[in-house]
Design a protein around this ligand. Sequence first.
Ligand SMILES: *[C@@H]1O[C@H](CO)[C@@H](O)[C@H](O)[C@H]1NC(C)=O
Ligand SMILES: *[C@@H]1O[C@H](CO)[C@@H](O)[C@H](O)[C@H]1NC(C)=O
Length: 197
Amino acid sequence: MKLQFHTQFVRISLVVLQLINPSLQWPEPEYSSAPIPAPWPEQFHALLYMNLSSTHLQITNLWYDWPRGRNVNIIQKQLSVLLYDTEWNNGTTFYYTLSEPHSCRIMVNDVGIPRPDFLDGAEYLGTAVTDGYLCNVWEKIDTIWYYEDVYTKRPVRWDFNDGISTHVITFDVGAVLLDDSVTQAPAYCFNQEIKNM
Ligand SMILES: *[C@@H]1O[C@H](CO)[C@@H](O)[C@H](O)[C@H]1NC(C)=O
Ligand SMILES: *[C@@H]1O[C@H](CO)[C@@H](O)[C@H](O)[C@H]1NC(C)=O
């Protein structure tokens, strides 16, 4: 009885507060059941349309492969070179071309590739229509805004805080990059300094 009275009192207080300040909301009753993003499949291929800013576009073939500890981005920048970005789970990333003009950059980080559950703990923001799809939207540590199709649970779009907006054109769960030759960093990658990301 006492508890009930207390609950009643809290509710009344909230109503009063809401009257004073209408932007105060009821505590979200089903907050704990807010949708959570589907983890990334352990292996997939996605064709990505990326808008890096108002002036740069690129098409990326993303081959995510958690069991192989490998995340390969084959990047076609608009009217420019085809760039291979091979990220390994040990923290080494190689950026290189496989044809002229030859270039290679090696970066190291201490994080490795994204884990399939890298969106765990993201904050649910609600639904929005993007690229014509009704999506659940999450934000994680002011870094990524992630849009997932409400019905199919496939990623539709994600935006990074650096202004890069990625739109998922195809999403093939289970697809694996079979041509290992393109993930082998070319000879001209070696004997050069390594940069920390
Ligand atoms: C790319 O993004 C910028 C900034 O959001 C936007 O103004 C522009 O229309 C986009 N371009 C394309 C081709 O999507
Ligand atoms: C990480 O793995 C890749 C691929 O096996 C290898 O080329 C690279 O040298 C490794 N990096 C380190 C720091 O061991």
